[in-house]
Structures are given as structure tokens and as C-alpha cells.
Write a new protein. Structure first.
Length: 322
């Protein structure tokens, strides 16, 4: 028998979970007709939800023991939820997908066939369209993928989703990377492994609202760039060299002008503007260095990536005691 762990990070998804579960059970039933020895477990990660997400999952578990859950003590973020799911998955294969149905369960059979029969270590998905997204958000998303692929060694495909199925070997490799500041899309590309890409058109949420604002996505992009590239540090160095050369040439110009033409040094307003420009570049470069120092500082604390408040296994033990 083979076990497929379906990992679902959830944050305030009480409205979407019933739709997702029904669609996933139907897909699982269809897949069992093709692979009769395939079993499923559904691992919901409650990322500190403020609504009835956990209660909704608990009701599903009452009627289906294939449902498991881990509830965080607070909101640790989707990256922590993905890690928790992969760390606690029991399956020979693991698939990560969102509860909002933007990751269509209908293409899971094709993904599973890639790792089960075609010899791939992973089957990942990417959106070929961004229909339904704000134009500005789509524009910056495309620019981000282009930028990070130029700046880092991680191979991140434009439009890549977290919807991905992996073999146990690949899951173990990801779990072994216990870095606190996580950028899973970059980790997927960094560890390598043979991946098949499956394209699909964008699907809108079945219920609820997106939790990703523009600024949250911007911060997530910065996390990826800092986590997988040192080029920003090199940029700070080259900025310093460039400004030093410009300043040196400016001094030579003033000296030559004084000697040849005898003109007194003038232009205090322009001088102030230049000083402010240089100071701004210096602060910008210090900010880049500060970001790297902050990440290093957080890593040295060795804090846990997440803290679980309740799990389905804990509840089972309590019931056994009773």
C-alpha cells in the first residue's frame, strides 16, 4: 500500500474547507480506481486562524479518520505551515495545496502519475494566466520572478504555485533544511531533484478572501531575494565604489577650475543636494546590510519554526485515557 499525504495550510478558511474536502474526496475516489493500493491522509495545518477553521476540520475528522490536523499557538505564516505539514506527513508521497480551490484537485492524478510511473521526484504546477488578479500585482509578480532568477542560483519558475507533489526522498531533503527564515519556492529550486511542470489556467477562490495583500507579497519577495542571493550586498559595495569615483572626479574638477580660471567655489544649493544624494545611497546600502544581519540574528536564536497548540493525535490520546 502507498500513502499520499495531502497537506493543506489554512488561515481563516472555514468557508472554503468543506468545498475543498468534498472535491478532494471525489478526486481520491477516482485515483483509487487507477491505483487501488493508494491510500490518503488529509493533514490540515491551522495557522492560528481567528475564525472556526479548526472546528470545521474537527467535524471532518469525526466522520473521516483520514483527516488529521495541527493547530498552531499563533499565526506563524504559510512557510511555517508548509514545513509543519511536510515534517508531520506520514505518506510515501506528499502534496501541498491551498484550501481555497485555486489549486484544482482535478489535476492531482496527472501529478501523481508523474512521480509514480514516470520517474520524476516531483510534479509542480504553474499558472499560465493571472486572470482575476489586479494588473499591478501581476506586473510586479512577473518582475519578481525575472529578478530573483537573475540574482540567485535557485531556479524559480514564473507563476509557480505551492501546489506540488513530492516523493518521500524529496520531502526528507526539505525537512532537513531547518532554516528559520524560509522561502519554500527557493528551497524547491535549490535542492534540485527531477521536476515535471504542469500548467493550468488561474482559478479564482471558491470562498473567502485572499490573505495576501500587496505589501505582504512584497515582504515575501524580499525574503526570497535575501534568502537566496548575496547580490544586494555586492550592489552596496559597487554603489560605494561608484560614488567614491564620482566624488574624486568632482574634487579634481573643482581644483582644475580654481587653478585655470581662478573661480571661487560656489553653488551651495547644488552641494547640499549632492550631500543628500550620497547620504541617501549610504543609508540605502546600510539598510541592505541590516536586512542580512537581521536574518542572521534570527537564525542564531534557533527558535522553533512553529509551535503546535493542538493536534489530532493529542485528542486521540485524551479520548483513549477517558
Amino acid at each position: 500500500m502507498s500513502l499520499l499525504s495531502v497537506i493543506i495550510p489554512c488561515f481563516n478558511e472555514q468557508e472554503a474547507i468543506p468545498f475543498f474536502y468534498d472535491a478532494m474526496v471525489k478526486t481520491a475516489s477516482d485515483m483509487k480506481e487507477t491505483w487501488p493500493d493508494l491510500e490518503f491522509e488529509y493533514l490540515f495545518i491551522d495557522d492560528g486562524s481567528r475564525d472556526n477553521t479548526l472546528e470545521t476540520v474537527e467535524k471532518l475528522r469525526e466522520k473521516d479518520k483520514c483527516v488529521r490536523f495541527i493547530s498552531f499557538s499563533r499565526n506563524f505564516g504559510k512557510e511555517a505551515a508548509l514545513y509543519a505539514g511536510l515534517e508531520n506527513a506520514r505518506g510515501d508521497y506528499a502534496v501541498t495545496m491551498d484550501a481555497d480551490m485555486q489549486d484544482p484537485p482535478s489535476i492531482l492524478p496527472e501529478m501523481f502519475r508523474a512521480v509514480k510511473e514516470e520517474g520524476y521526484d516531483s510534479a509542480a504546477t504553474r499558472r499560465v494566466t493571472r486572470r482575476g488578479e489586479p494588473v499591478i500585482r501581476s506586473f510586479f509578480a512577473r518582475r519578481f520572478y525575472r529578478l530573483i532568477n537573475r540574482m540567485s542560483s535557485a531556479d524559480i519558475v514564473d507563476g509557480a504555485r505551492d501546489y506540488r507533489i513530492m516523493t518521500r526522498r524529496m520531502v526528507d531533503a526539505i525537512v532537513g533544511m531547518r532554516e528559520y527564515n524560509r522561502f519554500t519556492k527557493g528551497i524547491y529550486g535549490w535542492i534540485g531533484f527531477n521536476t515535471k511542470w504542469i500548467e493550468f489556467e488561474n482559478v479564482e477562490r471558491v470562498a473567502g478572501e485572499t490573505k495576501w495583500s500587496f505589501w505582504k507579497l512584497f515582504g515575501y519577495a524580499m525574503e526570497g531575494i535575501i534568502g537566496f542571493s548575496t547580490i544586494p550586498l555586492s550592489m552596496a559595495t559597487w554603489f560605494g565604489i561608484l560614488m567614491s569615483i564620482i566624488s574624486f572626479l568632482g574634487i579634481l574638477f573643482i581644483i582644475v577650475k580654481k587653478i585655470v580660471y581662478g573661480d571661487p567655489t560656489s553653488g551651495w544649493s547644488s552641494l547640499v543636494c549632492i550631500i543628500l544624494l550620497i547620504a541617501g545611497i549610504q543609508l540605502f546600502c546600510m539598510g541592505i546590510i541590516g536586512q542580512y544581519l537581521a536574518k542572521a540574528y534570527l537564525e542564531t536564536k534557533h527558535r522553533p519554526i512553529y509551535i503546535a497548540r493542538r493536534t489530532s493525535e493529542d485528542e486521540d490520546k485524551e479520548k483513549e485515557k477517558q
